[in-house]
Design a protein. Structure first.
Lengths: 180, 180
């Protein structure tokens, strides 16, 4: 399945015109979140840079693919330093992405379709539609999830330092691991 | 002159395929650094996001245009907090950019041409050539300058918080102001 998923992801990159190096193309992370249905709930990503000050990634989404609801909590580093949760800016580069954050809205009033069988784990429905050139900044510790439109999407993510292992997902079945 | 410069900058954006909103297109900053020769020593930029944690910009460069040599020093905020100098990652999206940082190299061994009349103010020549998809991270407080190749360039800059007014330029004639 992942060979096919990888080919689909590479097809989105090619269509979008976003340039990745050959090495980056071979190292795209396919995050399936342990749910075993990557094209439904999953996310492909390339980390351009991640250091203790800032992070930049390209998020590559298949048609109608959903990144499950999660938040970036405040954390305490090994050094005992307290760090405010990750703050991130999503900028749509290609396609359309439907982003949902805390606030007004309900599951039956949105453009996206909550992934079937996972309805219990999607709880915020304040809709932000991002087309190419549009962006939105998500405050720390704010629940959010997002879904690509019908042709997929490419989203640049600019943020403070990224520590994916600290993310808290609403769906208790989720494990933030790389797929094999 | 700036109407023409602005048209040229917009032409580069259009050629590159990078999508900016209409508002962003009207608000592109043309930084001439007080040298009054924007197409020679200048830089056009769009700030996507700049907060106290991270910054993301798109740098738009005319053919063979040069961003003058400078560094991002450690600073002390009004709150007395000490902040390490800005760290930044340049990722070439379109065209070619010749980047020079501290290290080995000399003015006569590089691909770029030091701007005529400003030779005294270009002192580092460790060459990094960035083509689309290639990137380089510049440590804090490191002298650097960069020049676009013959068709211009678009460079995504990911960084820690940006405080342009704190930049230290090698050329004492430079004032970091917006052109009229």
């Amino acid at each position: 399945m992942n060979t096919l998923a990888n080919q689909e992801v590479q097809g989105i990159v090619k269509q979008s015109g976003v340039i990745l190096t050959d090495l980056e193309l071979t190292e795209i992370e396919l995050a399936g979140f342990g749910l075993n249905d990557f094209s439904k709930e999953g996310l492909a990503l390339v980390v351009y840079e991640n250091n203790d000050r800032y992070c930049a990634k390209e998020l590559i989404m298949l048609p109608s693919q959903t990144c499950p609801e999660h938040r970036h909590p405040d954390i305490v580093l090994e050094s005992k330093e307290k760090v405010t949760g990750k703050m991130e800016t999503f900028r749509c580069r290609w396609g359309v992405v439907y982003l949902y954050v805390e606030g007004q809205g309900s599951a039956d009033s949105i453009k996206a379709t909550v992934p079937a069988g996972s309805e219990d784990y999607y709880t915020v429905f304040n809709e932000v539609v991002l087309t190419p050139g549009q962006q939105y900044t998500i405050p720390p510790n704010t629940l959010h999830w997002f879904q690509a439109g019908p042709k997929g999407a490419i989203v640049s993510e600019f943020s403070s330092a990224s520590r994916d292992e600290c993310d808290i997902f609403t769906d208790p079945r989720i494990v933030r691991v790389e797929e094999d």
